[in-house]
Ligand binder design. Structure first.
Ligand code: SD4
Length: 343
């Protein structure tokens, strides 16, 4: 049995659904044929089943996709054990937790905060930028000032666990961010063996029962980055893009590589011109690979997309990129994306 069939069957079995009714997702079809039905919610990385559950609360009551994605990604933002997002996120090389987030709705409205410190829910600040200002992006101190003026509380986001991981990194990596990408990969591999990882940025896309899309993406970014570094996650068109006529896409992995090819926008455009979500995600990864083959040792990039028919696709540079979505009845599906490099 192929891995994804196995995962699919295990999930159905564990949720008690396997024999109860025919699922909406055909277990023997490739990812781009998956049909999640409506409403739907999908997220990068398996642990984000918890985030999908919060989004589902909103969607299953007929709520708006925008409210669903905000509620959904607030879950990992507040989770001290998620070292890639919000509270508990791994800091930059100077020990500061700096957060990036963006949100986009079905009308092309969008908001983003970059390099924001001491605010646990950057996604909600991004939404406020979208709804209460004439702007799209606020950064750093300006974003913080805006958050505080709008009732957000300042909090220390560096948990003892993340501080300890950072101090270990300082000892072994001599304050050198050139090693960071390699470190992230080592950590990811370690995570497979039960260790700590730093690759669980959440990109979430929802479609509500009106058939409208929204998306959200939030992260503490690359661990031990230079102070002030911003990745793809809060960049509209790179880490996230929503076009209500076509579909939506989001990304995870080394943000610099995603920005170079305007990743999520590239994928949505490929879907506009007839590619399936899987084909479109593959185009994104292949374009990045062609451009950067000599420089991407140790890197991971993953894209996740959904089209207007509710078909879902994902593709990654390397193995290990998981994503999760809900079936119409609310059961969870976790899959591993196909990938370009087999190492
Ligand atoms: C970044 N894309 O800041 C983010 C990191 C990430 O899973 O996705 N981690 O580059």
């Amino acid at each position: 049995m192929q891995r994804r069939q196995f995962l699919f069957k295990s999930l159905l079995a564990s949720s008690g659904l396997m024999l109860l009714r025919k699922p909406a997702v055909a277990e023997n079809k490739s990812a781009d044929d998956s049909r999640a039905g409506f409403p739907l919610v999908i997220s990068t990385w398996a642990p984000n089943v918890k985030a999908n559950a919060a989004a589902w609360e909103v969607l299953s009551k007929g709520g708006r996709a925008l409210d669903a994605v905000e509620a959904g990604v607030r879950v990992p933002e507040a989770d001290p054990d998620d070292t890639s997002v919000g509270y508990g996120g791994l800091p930059d090389r100077d020990g500061n937790v700096t957060l990036d987030a963006c949100i986009m709705d079905e009308k092309g409205n969008c908001g983003s905060v970059m390099f924001l410190q001491n605010i646990m829910h950057p996604i909600s600040v991004a939404r406020m930028v979208m709804e209460k200002t004439p702007h799209v992006i606020l950064v750093g101190d300006g974003a913080l000032q805006f958050a505080l003026q709008n009732g957000f509380k300042q909090e220390n986001l560096l948990t003892p666990k993340s501080e300890q991981i950072w101090k270990e990194w300082l000892k072994t990596h001599n304050y050198n961010p050139m090693d960071t990408i390699k470190y992230m990969r080592e950590q990811k591999e370690e995570k497979g063996k039960g260790g700590q990882g730093n690759h669980d940025t959440i990109g979430m896309i929802a479609m509500d029962s009106n058939g409208d899309f929204s998306g959200a993406c939030t992260t503490s970014g690359m661990a031990f980055k230079l102070h002030g570094r911003v990745g793809d996650s809060p960049v509209i068109g790179a880490g996230l893009y929503v076009d209500n006529e076509v579909g939506a896409a989001t990304s995870t992995g080394v943000g610099e590589e995603v920005i170079r090819i305007c990743g999520s926008h590239t994928i949505v455009e490929a879907m506009r011109y007839g590619k399936s979500p899987l084909e479109a995600c593959k185009i994104g990864v292949e374009r990045m690979y062609k451009l950067r083959k000599d420089k991407i040792a140790d890197m991971q990039i993953g894209f996740l997309a959904v089209n207007k028919k509710g078909e879902i696709g994902a593709f990654a540079l390397r193995k290990g990129f998981t994503y999760t979505y809900k079936l119409p009845g609310g059961a969870d599906v976790i899959k591993e994306a196909e990938c370009l490099l087999k190492d």
